[in-house]
Design a protein. Structure first.
Length: 101
């Protein structure tokens, strides 16, 4: 569930920012390996935890207060997350593509 923070409109499409509430349960659709065609992507865990696997980087669990820069077009998979998981995501450009990998 995404809550847009209005950054895309304020930056004329330069960036987008939203709060993502990960809804339980983790489904096969969420677990699909994918990548994002971005120039910049930062994720900050506001609440809970999320476990993901990144191509060439292995599996990582990020908890409340964790922050990471996700390299452009890195293939990744969401493996699991807590029932209360919330993320802040900032991406450039605002209009980016997500592709199954």
């Amino acid at each position: 569930k995404y809550r847009d923070l209005g950054i895309a409109a304020a930056t004329n499409g330069l960036a987008v920012a939203h709060v993502i509430r990960m809804l339980p349960p983790v489904t096969d659709e969420v677990r699909q390996r994918h990548l994002h065609a971005t120039e910049f992507q930062m994720i900050y865990v506001l609440k809970g935890w999320i476990k993901s696997e990144f191509e060439g980087e292995g599996t990582h669990v990020m908890k409340t207060g964790s922050c990471w820069l996700q390299p452009p077009a890195i293939k990744h998979t969401v493996l699991d997350y807590s029932d209360d998981c919330e993320l802040l995501e900032i991406v450039m450009p605002a209009d980016f593509a997500t592709e199954l990998a």
